[in-house]
Design a protein around this ligand. Structure first.
Ligand code: LR7
Ligand code: MN
Length: 581
């Protein structure tokens, strides 16, 4: 049924409607409404209820509305206007410095610039002329915050109110994640009461941003959920292109281009085009530019939507029913981090798509550190979240995740119950992580092992061979299956399905059943975490004092583990192939 709907949507080649006249009258009205925005009690910012009445054909399209005060800001001379950098006034440096920690950015300057400042329209050319469908779904904008800076939170809300077609905003849901600041507890409700569309949800205990978003989603009444951080500025025409993508297919998750609000001077800075959201092991988010030759070869335009392996996390629109169909976020994720990975894998592997929409742009204050406290240790919280994601979604590739964070390998901590998440994945019949790598993120380096092939002794030129489950030395023969080994990310030396283990009496190592938790099976080799760099070619059995190393003897053809000695060439080894950078 859904497919049919899409087809009829694509077929709607109804006459395109130019709304330039409406644009002007609208601009005028918005301008008037904004003329007295800040003060104490004000009228509603916009009354655009007439828009809907003016939109004729339900299947027609219109240009993205230009709802924007850029051309005539309320106070053109105010600091920071048009997104320009601001300098702390002379004599105020100390105060500015002192207030930095309230938000880990220049809070003093944020308070200085208007909450409804204009910013430059940074969209690529062509965006303003783009057409979107008349009857887009409505959205609930959900902003979670804990102890957000007052002026910054207000600027976020005003930017949504001022730069979104009112008929598309069902509500703005502010989810207060148990803030401690009095101004948020006492004054926010009063201030926001002038805007009928703004609803505030005060949580009774700290939920963390993930469960706070879920609380928001439970209360949302719009067709689409649009999540935003609480220190953003939405740019001209940001909303319609996002909703258009979701309208075209309910399984599209649409992200704006995230631009930069400079933490030091509060300037609004645009970013390079053609950036994909990606990650590197152990699941660190980042942006990666599409290479110029790929852009040229595929004739990619600046306005073209970019499919992304993962999203940044904070800013996106998703069909509400689809979000719940996907089982929302894993509610077992705590406070901050990893939820963007979880949702990204879930969306792609379970039939959806993640896109960056270049015509939608939102500024975000990037900070070096979280300004709020974590109920538990920050590192441990994020790692635990990532472990949950890895255990549910990465299949055999989770070894890469563990292998890239050395301390993660011990798996010493409890990631909690994962049964529900794994059941969900089965129920949704989601594809494998291998499929994701091949089809969504082929440029991710994800070798399933660290090294493999024959294992050659550098002094003797002989190779390890398995005879009757025991390791010994023979002439190297790359075609012999008895000489094939995998050195895994979890530091096992695997031969077929078994693992090489030292013998306690320092005799020849033997094959044992593999067990990733068994420290008695783990060997250290070519590791950056080595204390002694001169042991880099050694194969070290760490679980023993003193350290033991694999040693070859020839002509006896035997192997043993003996105390490590950097000077012994008979303890130096190489695998045939290495895959680590
Ligand atoms: O316990 C908390 N409760 C909250 O309500 C912790 C945070 N929050 C709020 C907070 O006030 C803020 O509005 O949640 C929002 C996000 O927290 P930030 O701003 O501290 O996060 P961030 O911008 O440093 O980090 C990015 O990664 C996070 C991982 O969990 C979230 O997905 C953020 O939304 C996300 N931000 C973006 O995607 C913006 C671009 C940054 C990048 C890359
Ligand atoms: Mn943020």
């Amino acid at each position: 049924a859904n497919q049919e709907k899409n087809i009829s949507r694509n077929r709607s080649e109804v006459a395109f409607l130019r709304l330039s006249q409406m644009d002007q009258s609208l601009a005028k009205e918005v301008e008037l409404a904004q003329a007295n925005l800040t003060g104490q009690v004000q009228p509603a910012v916009q009354n655009q209820s007439h828009i809907k009445a003016h939109l004729p054909e339900p299947h027609g399209m219109h240009q993205v509305l230009r709802i924007d005060e850029t051309l005539s800001p309320r106070d053109p001379k105010a600091p920071g206007q048009f997104g320009r950098p601001v300098i702390v006034p002379r004599g105020k440096e100390k105060e500015a410095e002192r207030r930095w920690k309230e938000g880990n950015f220049n809070v003093y300057l944020s308070d200085l610039i208007p909450v409804d400042r204009a910013i430059e329209d940074t969209r690529p050319t062509g965006c303003a002329e783009q057409l979107v469908h008349n009857h887009l779904p409505t959205t609930s904008v959900i902003m979670c915050f804990v102890d957000e800076v007052w002026s910054t939170l207000l600027r976020s809300v005003h930017s949504v109110l001022n730069r979104s077609p009112a008929h598309l905003i069902r509500e703005i849901l502010l989810v207060d994640d148990f803030s401690t600041k009095d101004y948020l507890k006492d004054h926010l409700d009063k201030y926001m009461s002038q805007f009928p569309k703004v609803r505030i949800l005060h949580l009774k205990e700290r939920h963390g941003l993930i469960r706070a978003r879920l609380a928001g989603a439970q209360h949302a009444t719009g067709d689409v959920l649009t999540f935003l951080d609480s220190h953003v500025e939405c740019n001209v025409g940001w909303l319609e292109p996002l909703l258009e993508r979701v309208y075209l297919s309910r399984k599209k998750v649409a992200c704006p281009v995230i631009e930069v609000i400079n933490d030091k001077d509060m300037s609004y800075m645009t970013v390079d085009n053609f950036q994909r959201g990606v990650f590197v092991w152990p699941m660190n988010f980042g942006w990666k530019t599409i290479p110029p030759d790929v852009i040229a070869k595929n004739k990619i335009k600046e306005t073209d939507v970019i499919r992304c392996p993962v999203m940044a996390g904070g800013l996106f629109s998703i069909d509400k029913s689809y979000f719940f169909e996907l089982g929302t976020y894993d509610p077992g994720l705590d406070v901050w981090g990893g939820e963007n990975m979880e949702l990204s894998f879930k969306v792609w592997m379970c039939g959806g798509e993640i896109e960056i929409v270049p015509c939608s742009r939102v500024g975000h204050i990037f900070r070096n550190d979280n300004p709020y406290s974590f109920p538990k240790d920050r590192m441990k919280t994020v790692e635990r979240n990532l472990v949950r994601v890895a255990e549910v979604w990465l299949d055999e590739y989770k070894e890469l995740f563990y292998g890239h964070g050395d301390h993660l390998m011990d798996q010493g901590f409890d990631a909690g119950n994962l049964t529900q998440q794994r059941d969900l994945r089965r129920r949704l019949k989601c594809k494998s992580f291998k499929w994701y790598l091949e089809n969504v993120f082929p440029d991710l380096k994800a070798p399933i092992v660290r090294a493999n092939g024959v294992l050659i002794n550098l002094a003797l030129g002989k190779c390890v061979s398995i005879v009757n489950s025991t390791a010994l030395l023979e002439d190297c023969d790359g075609s012999s299956k008895f000489q094939q080994f995998n050195y895994t990310w979890l530091r096992l030396i695997k031969h077929e399905e078994s693992c090489l283990a030292p013998l306690p009496d320092q005799g020849a190592p033997k094959l044992h059943p593999c067990d990733i938790r068994d420290k008695g099976l783990k060997w250290l080799h070519k590791s950056t975490s080595l204390f002694q760099p001169e042991l880099v070619n050694h194969i070290i059995f760490e679980n023993h004092h003193p350290l033991l190393c694999l040693e070859g003897n020839f002509p006896q053809k035997t192997l043993k583990t003996a105390p490590c000695d950097p000077k012994k060439p008979s303890q130096k080894w190489n695998f045939e192939n290495y895959y680590e950078d």
